[in-house]
Design a protein around this ligand. Sequence first.
Ligand code: A3P
Ligand code: MG
Ligand code: MG
Length: 383
Amino acid sequence: NTRLVISRHFSHCAPAAMALKFPIYPPPEYGGQTQPVKRPKEFACFSYDKDHKFRLDDSSLKWYYPPDLGVNLSSGFDQFIQHDGSIDEHLDSLLKTIASHEQKTGEPIDAHIVTWRGMLTKIMAVPFDDSEFEMNATLYRDSIFIEEHHAFKVVQQQAIPPRPGRRNGPPNELMCYWGYKFETLSTLPRPWGETPRDYIENRDQEVVNNKEQYCSVVRTGFGDTVVCLGGEVDAIWDAKPATPGEPIKWVELKTSSEIRSENEQFRFDRKALKYWIQSFLLGVPKIIVGFRNQDGILTSVQEFQTMSLPYEVQRRGMAKWDGNICIKFATLFLDWLRLNIKDEGVWRIQRRKGAREIEVFRVEVGHGRIITDEFMDWRIRLE
Ligand code: A3P
Ligand code: MG
Ligand code: MG
């Protein structure tokens, strides 16, 4: 069992029995008063270019422009330029962007927690999702930096079984391509007014490349905890506002299978939890879903407002999730984490499938590979 071997290898310092445990109660326990949340504000951004090279700018920003319907999302699969997910990127790009921002302001950012948006998505989803995860965290100066435990994720992804009930359906790799193809069909590399007509008409011919990304770096908060998050944004609706800190009309793009029955509506509503959390965390106000049939033909496009999505789902009453409970849970967990990670070391944050607790235990001394030498050198110079 590869996973056992890996977890033994990485957990050499402390047996999990000595772990600190954060209990996970049934969702109603987190009801009642809602938590104060800050509106996420972008304070920096970066891009990965077509070769996944880091750039400290917005060069990979894309503009939303509605896609043509009836297109086959599988087309061009053979030319797909796919990012190699087996490489552990740690927090490197986020740290570079933060250091550059600090160079401009002359002071360290004030976040208690620094991480990728994906890590907080997993934490916020816990009350309604039994998925397992592993992260590494380390306290450096006054911030806790959290990264994904990459070796665990790689093993977890290799273990994904073919989709149930789809023995004769499209393979996972193709279905994954559909998501990126939809992004290419729905975006422009320049605003509409600056885009040649034939680019728009021939978007179906564009090579799909998921190495290219625009990432927003925001300051947000849960209760008293200030959080700095980095995450990919798919597109912008119009233009960035002239005043920094003003809300940005971001667009999150998703694909989903057509909804033709109550059961399919239920499955969509359940998935919408992740859509909502992901968009909420970076302050993305609009989610645009491309619906496709079993053969991967894009049949319709629907816009959802992130703010009202939880109410829409609640109104239908099929999938039971509540955004306020996710916020409350994350607020309590981050408070607890800050109280408990007070010493140096690399700490594992671990949730086993369906477990009613999140375990935190020290696996190494030092900061592991979470903080780069470059970032530490920068912080030493700053002081
Ligand atoms: P869809 O989810 O729209 O089908 P994101 O929506 O986060 O911008 O991600 C874009 C696409 O990346 C997804 O498209 C999906 O194809 C792929 N993707 C994202 N997260 C994934 C995951 N955890 N596993 C497999 N594929 C994923
Ligand atoms: Mg994306
Ligand atoms: Mg998307």
